[in-house]
Unconditional design. Structure first.
Length: 211
């Protein structure tokens, strides 16, 4: 447990120190700022499409730090050292998922407050959006880590990340941007499925990358 906690703390601090946590926030807020200029001053239209816009921005922002989640530790031999000490790849992946979510999910939810104001979302829409992000961002973090592990040992992984991750994340986007309790339940179920399965998929990928 001590190693798990230390690994989470190290990855969170590295994300903020190296910009992996700030770039998604800047991108997310830029999208929220630019869309009103593109659509025009129609407040009703902005309010109607604002939730979908922000969910799309969140999904695209989630791609930015993915390449940094596994590749540096694989290249520097950190993963080899952890494996030699008897720590399973699944536990390492679970710690990295939690660290990635801590550096990505809560900051994104905080940035949603000014973003919602820019898109003229009312209180009810903002509450639904925040609830959806609280449920969906763990799934995005888990999916991002799994994709990072799958592509860590490949050349040109940066180009592959989007091609692999975006189709898999479509259910999160659909249910997150949807309205009503049914969509929220499906979002929670999909996110839970990703969170439960990602450590095993990532663990297998990490073993393959080290071999």
């Amino acid at each position: 447990m001590s190693l798990f906690t230390n690994l989470v703390r190290r990855d969170v601090m590295r994300a903020f120190a190296q910009g992996g946590a700030w770039l998604p926030l800047v991108f997310y807020l830029l999208v929220a700022t630019l869309f009103p200029f593109a659509i025009g001053p129609d407040a009703a239209l902005l309010a109607r499409v604002g939730g979908g816009i922000l969910w799309t921005a969140a999904l695209l922002a989630a791609l930015l730090p993915v390449e940094r989640l596994v590749r540096p530790d694989l290249a520097s031999g950190v993963l080899d050292q952890l494996a030699l000490r008897g720590h399973s790849e699944e536990a390492i992946a679970a710690a990295k998922i939690l660290a990635h979510w801590l550096s990505f999910g809560p900051p994104l939810m905080a940035a949603t407050l000014p973003a919602a104001a820019l898109l003229d979302l009312d209180g009810a829409a903002l509450l639904r959006l925040e609830l959806g992000l609280a449920l969906g961002t763990p799934g995005l973090a888990a999916l991002g880590l799994a994709v990072a592990a799958l592509t860590a040992g490949l050349r040109g992984a940066g180009a592959l990340i989007g091609l692999v991750m975006l189709p898999l994340a479509i259910p999160l986007l659909i249910f997150g941007a949807g309205a009503g309790p049914g969509a929220i339940k499906l979002l929670a179920a999909t996110s839970l499925l990703f969170v439960a399965g990602a450590p095993f998929a990532a663990g297998a990928a990490l073993r393959a990358a080290r071999s």
